[in-house]
Design a protein around this ligand. Structure first.
Ligand code: SF4
Length: 241
């Protein structure tokens, strides 16, 4: 009887761990809680957890870029034209994080330079800021073919470098552009329509989700909500500046 109960308890544990891994993979969460387990495969361990990025503290964006190198940590390395690391200075305290490079960004190696990027630049200008003085990047640094959604293993491989960029930049506010960026960073499936309009925390930093400029191009009516969101960002930046 005792053996049966133990076996049942063990099966229950295995089943709930399996369910957690499935959910975390779907959400693109790092499986760092498996890192001490023999069951984990090296490709699932975030790069920084393995010391792959050089081990020591990365105190500048240049050091993070150098540690990233000509990255081949996920399959997107095979299809990208150019890696899009991110650009800007963030001395305004603001970082925008989108989903992944699109076709134009892939060609130029710069974030948000297509039509949606031009709209983002207009939004930044309307905030009274200069594009060069905010930092702009994406969760993924390489374009998914055909702009398909990023895959969990791609996010797990790439997000540690975004975290290092943010640790280096120390922004006072992050603006997550679009549903995918917001849901990935906040590890939630809550729709962007519910997430936007208030601050959340990412790695201890206030994060405001708002609609992606590409969505605004298709749905100009949503500009009003984006303007409300960026006003909250401006207020926070003024309060903490
Ligand atoms: S998406 Fe990120 S992890 Fe994948 S190859 Fe590009 S830089 Fe490396």
């Amino acid at each position: 009887m005792g053996d049966d109960a133990d076996r049942e308890a063990l099966l229950g544990l295995v089943s709930s761990l399996g369910e957690r891994i499935r959910v975390d993979r779907r959400m693109g969460r790092p499986l760092s809680y498996l890192a001490r387990s023999a069951a984990v495969v090296p490709s699932e361990i975030p790069a920084f957890a393995t010391g792959e990025a050089g081990g020591g503290p990365l105190t500048s964006l240049e050091a993070v870029r150098e540690a990233l190198g000509e990255c081949e940590r996920c399959a997107l390395a095979r299809t990208r034209k150019r890696l899009v690391f991110g650009e800007g200075r963030a001395d305004t305290g603001l970082v925008f994080v989108g989903e992944a490079p699109g076709a134009e960004e892939d060609l130029q190696g710069r974030p948000f330079v297509g039509r949606a990027g031009q709209l983002l630049t207009k939004i930044i200008t309307a905030m009274g800021l200069q594009r060069e003085r905010v930092y702009i990047c994406n969760i993924l640094k390489c374009r998914p073919p055909g702009n398909r959604n990023p895959r969990p293993e791609e996010i797990a491989a790439c997000e540690p470098f975004l975290i290092r960029q943010l640790q280096t930049l120390r922004p006072r506010v992050i603006c997550a552009l679009g549903s995918f960026a917001a849901q990935t960073l906040l590890k939630t499936e809550t729709p962007i329509s519910v997430l936007r309009g208030r601050f959340h925390l990412y790695q201890g930093i206030p994060l405001m989700p708002t609609y992606h400029p590409a969505y605004l191009l298709r749905n100009p009516g949503a500009k009003k909500q984006v303007w409300e969101d960026v006003q909250l960002i401006m207020k926070r930046l003024q309060e903490t500046g």
